[in-house]
Design a protein around this ligand. Structure first.
Ligand SMILES: [Fe+2]
Length: 206
């Protein structure tokens, strides 16, 4: 497999989408609106370099090399450990940001399941996949110009959404939405990914 095959063009339609665009004989889809939430991490500029320094220090032997994926550095298997040095810097700002996001969706409480970083070097890619929990998201910690952009498909109509993120942005979206990080054509890109549940109701307070 040539490294160039990791790269993609935004106009390509994956084979699995072509198949699913055929109307299902077993059900009809009733349209309800859903959304991708897009904003900024509180005080990104103040903590960016500190987080990156801790990630540099992180001695991590993990990497994904399962065809067709390749992510050079990540700490996914430690995702439940909130005592990692970079997470201690990140989490207070994440907490404020996510609370503001979910408030706008009608929820009053969230429970984090996992947080992990992924560092993409040139040619690295993360293919089509889904996550567990109710919501997942991406914080664009280090995102040089021309970095590959997150792509998502709506399960209602398989319309592709390409996230026009800038460094410091944070997005969240339903975990079952199929998405990917296409081949990274540029300098190193570092993102933070996370999964969490949300709740509505007086049991969880306000
Ligand atoms: Fe993902």
């Amino acid at each position: 497999m040539n490294i160039r095959s990791f790269f993609s063009t935004p106009t390509q339609i994956p084979p699995w989408v072509k198949e699913l665009k055929v109307k299902s004989p077993y059900m009809k889809k009733i349209r309800v609106d859903d959304c991708i939430c897009h904003g900024k991490l509180v005080d990104h500029n103040r903590i960016r370099d500190r987080i990156l320094t801790e990630i540099e220090r992180d001695y991590c032997t993990e990497s994904t090399a399962q065809f067709p994926d390749r992510v050079s550095k990540l700490d996914w298997t430690k995702g439940h450990d909130l005592t990692r040095p970079w997470v201690k810097i990140f989490f207070p700002n994440f907490d404020i940001t996510i609370k503001n996001f979910i408030k706008g969706l009608g929820y009053n409480h969230y429970v984090i399941d996992a947080i992990w970083y992924q560092q993409y070097l040139e040619g690295d890619t993360h293919g089509w996949h889904t996550h567990g929990q109710a919501y997942t998201g991406v914080y664009y910690l280090e995102f040089p110009d021309k970095s590959s952009r997150t792509e998502l498909y709506s399960p209602f109509n398989f319309k592709k959404h390409i996230i026009k993120a800038k460094e410091g942005d944070l997005i969240m979206f339903p975990s079952h939405w199929i998405h990917r990080g296409p081949g990274n054509p540029s300098k190193r890109k570092t993102i933070v990914s996370f999964n969490f549940e949300v709740h509505h109701g007086s049991y969880y307070g306000t």
